[in-house]
Write a protein that binds this ligand. Structure first.
Ligand SMILES: NC(=O)c1ccc[n+]([C@@H]2O[C@H](COP(=O)([O-])OP(=O)(O)OC[C@H]3O[C@@H](n4cnc5c(N)ncnc54)[C@H](OP(=O)(O)O)[C@@H]3O)[C@@H](O)[C@H]2O)c1
Length: 343
């Protein structure tokens, strides 16, 4: 039943207090926990990677009110997407050595009913890190919400982040004519154009965003995929082409700065004149959405049309709190994975 000798001690992260402004690593505590043989129907999974994402900042507050996303509770282990390997099984559904994807990543070892773990084939992708990315949201927003296609001029804000680094590539793979991205440093701007196939990019700190958009998209933007809110949204309204589609995905400027980033002003007259279609959306990770992304991701990887942008943070699960704080501060590019073990 098990290759692993039990009991074994692992580390897990717990929320120590709710975040008030910007999270710090002291909002979490690291605890040693003993892991025993799985009860009937259960498995023990040794985690390999935990994915950290900006929305975790919201989940650290008492009442985030996010759909399908239970908030983190003080004294408890947060939830978070992970990939791991089954090291003990008391279930006929999973065997020792199976690679699984699941939502219990802030720990060395995860134990629970086999039904909570989704078996994946390690051979589907070049490595286990490929199972953890923000592509479901990026694909849903670009394909279903913005309906990006041939000839579109596209602007993605926060283009070097987890969602944005895939959103721009998805737009290109679907035939967009020109994809423009914004990011917070010269290094990230270069990363967008040199490694992710963006046609143009700019640092949003470098003067008014509207000036940069007018220069880079003189005929206007057809699709805006917004992850930031605030000034970038207001500028995109002014730079929109007739009938532009806005897919509003996130307001990271409110999550990491002052809350006003979530409340940009809409120039209603500009919206009317240009007949802008503004669609905020939440991704529910339905089976259809998961399948649509997984299929396209595998195909585009094979065709060389997409790369997985990601950063691996070493240091085990104890490094996860600092990784989340650093992510919000702009330290990383692409999807952010904390390496928990070799599996
Ligand atoms: N609607 C949905 O279904 C859905 C699903 C997933 C995520 N989201 C939302 O999408 C957004 C992005 O999520 P993510 O996980 O991909 O996060 P992320 O991009 O990895 O977030 C971190 C990045 O945000 C940028 N940032 C921080 N403060 C900023 C500011 N004031 N202005 C502009 N950029 C700033 C930083 O990049 P720079 O160095 O470039 O500033 C940093 O690297 C979040 O708001 C998240 O809640 C929505």
């Amino acid at each position: 039943m098990a290759d692993q000798k039990f009991p074994v001690t692992g580390k897990e992260v717990r929320l120590a207090r709710y975040a008030e402004n910007q999270p710090t690593k002291d909002d979490f505590e690291i605890v040693d926990v003993e892991v025993t043989e799985p009860a009937s129907g259960n498995v023990v999974v040794h985690n390999v990677y935990l994915q950290v994402t900006a929305v975790m900042r919201d989940l650290m507050t008492e009442e985030p009110g996010l759909p399908m996303m239970p908030p983190y509770k003080v004294g408890e282990r947060p939830w978070g997407g992970a990939v791991g390997v089954v090291v003990a099984s008391a279930s006929p559904d999973l065997a020792v050595g199976d690679t699984v994807q699941h939502m219990d990543g802030w720990t060395d070892y995860s134990t629970g009913p086999a039904s909570q773990y989704f078996k994946v084939e390690a051979s589907w992708f070049p490595g286990p890190e490929y199972f953890l990315n923000q592509g479901i949201t990026a694909y849903h927003g670009m394909a279903d919400v913005a309906e990006v296609g041939e000839g579109d001029v596209v602007f993605v804000s926060n283009a070097a982040g987890g969602v944005g680094s895939l959103a721009g590539q998805i737009a290109k793979a679907r035939g967009a004519k020109r994809v423009i991205g914004s990011a917070g440093s010269a290094e990230k701007v270069e990363y967008l154009t040199k490694e992710l196939g963006y046609d143009a990019a700019f640092d949003y700190h470098d003067g008014p965003v509207l000036d940069r958009l007018r220069e880079l998209a003189p005929d206007g933007i057809d699709v805006f995929f917004d992850l930031v809110g605030g000034e970038q949204f207001e500028a995109a309204v002014q730079a929109a082409a007739q009938g532009a589609r806005f897919a509003l995905c996130g307001t990271v400027s409110a999550q990491t700065g002052n809350a006003e980033g979530a409340f940009p002003r809409l120039d209603i007259m500009a919206g009317i004149i240009r007949q802008i279609v503004i669609k905020p959306f939440s991704t529910y990770h339905t089976p259809e959405q998961i399948q649509a992304w997984t299929q396209h991701f595998a195909q585009w990887l094979q065709e060389g049309k997409i790369v997985l942008p990601y950063t691996v943070v070493e240091g085990g699960v104890s490094a996860a709190p600092e990784a989340l704080v650093a992510l919000l501060g702009g330290a990383y590019k692409g999807n952010v994975l904390v390496k928990i073990s070799e599996g």
